[in-house]
Write a protein that binds this ligand. Structure first.
Ligand SMILES: *[C@@H]1O[C@H](CO)[C@@H](O)[C@H](O)[C@H]1NC(C)=O
Ligand SMILES: *[C@@H]1O[C@H](CO)[C@@H](O)[C@H](O)[C@H]1NC(C)=O
Ligand SMILES: *[C@@H]1O[C@H](CO)[C@@H](O)[C@H](O)[C@H]1NC(C)=O
Ligand SMILES: *[C@@H]1O[C@H](CO)[C@@H](O)[C@H](O)[C@H]1NC(C)=O
Length: 413
C-alpha cells in the first residue's frame, strides 16, 4: 500500500466513523442498531497482534453512544489479554456483541492480575452472540495447584458476567479455559442458550458454567465436555433453570460446593431438567463442606428427566465433600438441605452404589424424594464383564427419603 492509499484509507475510516457516530443518535433511537466494527478501531485479527485495546475502544464508543447498539467482531482470530467490558452504558437501550471470529487468550499468566480473561460487567440488556473464546489453557494447567490445596492461586475464568441485568448469551463456544469457562456472578435475568464448551477430561478446574449470587438464570441447550463440573450452581443463587444439557466428560451437574467460605448465601429454587450425562464421575450432586464457616440453606432443588450413561455416581448428596486427601472434619456441615426431588432418572452406572445420600450429622436433610429412578449397572472401564449382574445399592445417612414409582437401586430403608 502506498502512503497515499494508506492516508486515504485512514481518512475514509475516520470520516465513516464520524458519520456512523452521528447516525447513532438518529438510527439508535429508532431501533435500528448503530454498528461499531472493531476493525475501525484498529483490530488486526491476525492472531498475533494484541487486539485488546482495539476491542476496548470499540466497546467504549458503543457504550458511550445511545439507543440500540451493536459491536461487530468479524471473522478472524483476535489475540486478546485480560479485557474488561464495563458499563454502565447510560444511554444505551441494548448492546449486542456479535462475535463472528475467535478470541484467543494470551498465555503469559503475569498479565492476569485478577482471575479473569474477558469480563462483561455492570451492563443491562447485553446480548452476546456467536463466536469462540479460546482460553489457551493448556499452557497454564500445570501451574494450577487448586485440585490439591485449599488456599491456592485461582487462574483466570475465560468469560465472566458480573452485575449485569437482562443478559442474553447465545451460540458461543468456549474451548480450553485456563480455569472456569464461564462465570455468572451477581446477575439478574440471565438467559444462556446453545452454548458449547470443550476442554480435555483431565484439565483441572475447568468448570463449564459456574453460577454465584444470581437471581433468575435460564440455561438451555448446552453441550459441555470438560475437566470439572459441567455446570456448578454455587451459593447465593435463586430461581435457576437448567435444561437440555449434554454433559460429559466432566464431573456432572452440581450444586456447590457450598459451605467453603464465610458469608455465603442460600441456594433456593433450581430445576435441572432433560439432560443427558455421559461418562462423568458424578451425575447430579449436591456437595457441601464440613466445618462450614457460615450456616446457609439449599432448598427447592429438582432434578428431573435425566439420562445417565456410564456415570460413576449418578445421584449424590455429599455433605462431607472433600476434594483433597484430607479435610478438617471437626464439625458437621452447616448447610441445611431440604425439599430435594430426584425424578425420572434412568440409564447406566459404573459402580453398584448408584444412589448416595450422605447428609450432615448436625443438620439431617429434610424432604428428599426419589421418584422413578431406574438405573442399570454396566461396570466401569476396569470391569471384566458387562454382563456381570451386580445388584445396585443405595446409601442413606442422616436422611429419610420418600420413594415413589420404580426404584432401582431399591430404596435404602
Ligand atoms: C440491575 O437491577 C438492580 C435492581 O433493580 C439495580 O440496583 C442495578 O443498578 C441494575 N444494574 C444495572 C447494571 O443496570
Ligand atoms: C432464552 O432464550 C432462548 C433462545 O433464544 C429462548 O428460546 C427462551 O425462551 C429464553 N428463555 C427465557 C426464560 O427468556
Ligand atoms: C421452587 O423453585 C422453582 C424454580 O425456581 C420456582 O418456580 C418455585 O416457585 C419454587 N417453589 C417454592 C415453594 O419456592
Ligand atoms: C423421563 O425422562 C426421559 C428422558 O429425559 C423422557 O424421554 C421421558 O419422557 C420422561 N418421562 C416422563 C414420564 O416424563
Amino acid at each position: 500500500m502506498s502512503m497515499e492509499t494508506k492516508a486515504f484509507t485512514w481518512l475514509f475510516h475516520f470520516l465513516l466513523l464520524l458519520m456512523v457516530g452521528r447516525a447513532s443518535v438518529v438510527a439508535g433511537a429508532r431501533g435500528k442498531p448503530v454498528i461499531f466494527d472493531v476493525r475501525n478501531f484498529g483490530a488486526r485479527a491476525d492472531g498475533r497482534s494484541d487486539d485488546s485495546k482495539a476491542l476496548l475502544e470499540a466497546w467504549k464508543a458503543a457504550c458511550g453512544s445511545s439507543g440500540v447498539v451493536k459491536i461487530v467482531i468479524p471473522a478472524g482470530t483476535y489475540l486478546v489479554g485480560p479485557t474488561k467490558f464495563k458499563g454502565p452504558c447510560k444511554n444505551v437501550l441494548s448492546l449486542k456483541v456479535h462475535l463472528q471470529g475467535i478470541l484467543k487468550a494470551t498465555t503469559s499468566l503475569d498479565q492476569y492480575r485478577s482471575a479473569k480473561w474477558v469480563e462483561f460487567g455492570w451492563v443491562k440488556r447485553l446480548i452476546l452472540v456467536g463466536g469462540t473464546f479460546d482460553g489457551q489453557g493448556a499452557a497454564s494447567w500445570p501451574f494450577n495447584k487448586c485440585p490439591k490445596q485449599k488456599n491456592c492461586k485461582v487462574l483466570p475464568t475465560s468469560i465472566l458476567f458480573v452485575n449485569n441485568n437482562n443478559t442474553v448469551v447465545r451460540g458461543i463456544t468456549s474451548v480450553n479455559s485456563k480455569f472456569f469457562h464461564i462465570g455468572i456472578l451477581r446477575c439478574r435475568n440471565f438467559n444462556g442458550s446453545n452454548i458449547k464448551i470443550i476442554a480435555p477430561a483431565n484439565s483441572p478446574n475447568t468448570d463449564g458454567i459456574h453460577l454465584e449470587r444470581n437471581t433468575g438464570v435460564t440455561l438451555s441447550r448446552l453441550s459441555i465436555g470438560t475437566g470439572d463440573d459441567c455446570v456448578s450452581v454455587g451459593h447465593g443463587n435463586t430461581d435457576v433453570t437448567i435444561t437440555g444439557v449434554k454433559c460429559g466428560p466432566g464431573h456432572g451437574i452440581s450444586v456447590g460446593s457450598l459451605g467453603k467460605y464465610n458469608g455465603e448465601q442460600d441456594v433456593t429454587g433450581l430445576v435441572v431438567k432433560n439432560c443427558v450425562i455421559r461418562g462423568t464421575t458424578n451425575g447430579v450432586r449436591i456437595k457441601t463442606w464440613e466445618n462450614s464457616p457460615s450456616a446457609t440453606i439449599a432448598t427447592n432443588l429438582t432434578f428431573e428427566n435425566i439420562v445417565m450413561k456410564n456415570v460413576d455416581k449418578p445421584i449424590l448428596i455429599d455433605q462431607q465433600y472433600c476434594p483433597y486427601h484430607k479435610c478438617d472434619s471437626s464439625a458437621p456441615s452447616q448447610v441445611k438441605i431440604s425439599n430435594i426431588k430426584f425424578k425420572n432418572i434412568s440409564g447406566t452406572t459404573n459402580y453398584p452404589e448408584a444412589v448416595t445420600l450422605r447428609c450432615s450429622q448436625g443438620l439431617p436433610c429434610k424432604d428428599v424424594s426419589l421418584q422413578d429412578v431406574s438405573l442399570k449397572y454396566v461396570g466401569g472401564k476396569n470391569s471384566f464383564s458387562t454382563e456381570h449382574k451386580t445388584t445396585l445399592t443405595s446409601t442413606c445417612i442422616n436422611v429419610k427419603p420418600t420413594f415413589m414409582g420404580i426404584q432401582n437401586p431399591p430404596p435404602c430403608l
